[in-house]
Design a protein around this ligand. Structure first.
Ligand SMILES: [Cu+2]
Length: 158
């Protein structure tokens, strides 16, 4: 076949160089989706023994995040790991907190008020940005399997 003849003409080290360039692009190229325009995001979290609802908040890097914590039974708190910000809401009351999500990653939300026996398990999550590295790893894996396949075809052609 035509492409097999073509493959024979490419020197092995050229293929390797092309592969390395493609791999570097996969790792280093800017990710356009991750840089969505920043917004002001509002969340109302209901806190009750021993859970937050919703428990997972997703925002984009650079978003201004306002969390209104509503406590429906006892005094509950909300502490955002990595951002070192917290609020405390009295029973039946609410408290708000605003911060700029300028750090990407997954951050734990914790209750910082001893609210009962299961208090240590009262946790939630703030996801800032999507899993950019996960997508890059998947892309790299596809590239590597493509390279392996390409190499196998090349050996077949010889
Ligand atoms: Cu608690």
């Amino acid at each position: 076949m035509v492409h097999q003849i073509y493959l024979e003409k490419i020197k092995p080290h050229m293929l390797l160089i092309l592969f390395v360039i493609a791999a570097l692009m996969m790792i280093l190229a800017p990710f356009p989706i991750a840089h969505a325009p920043s917004q002001h995001r509002y969340f109302v979290i209901e806190a009750r023994q021993f859970a937050y609802s919703p428990a997972v908040l997703r925002v984009n890097p650079g978003d201004t995040v306002t969390i209104k914590l509503v406590s429906s039974d006892v005094v509950h708190g909300l502490y955002v790991d990595g951002y070192n910000v917290s609020i405390k809401a009295d029973p039946g009351q609410s408290k708000s907190l605003t911060f700029v999500a300028d750090k990407s990653g997954s951050f734990r939300l914790r209750c910082n008020v001893a609210c009962g026996a299961m208090h240590p398990f009262m946790i939630g999550r703030l996801e800032v940005g999507f899993h950019e590295w996960l997508y890059r790893s998947i892309g790299l894996a596809i590239l590597i399997s493509g390279g392996v396949y390409f190499n196998a075809r090349k050996k077949q052609a010889l």
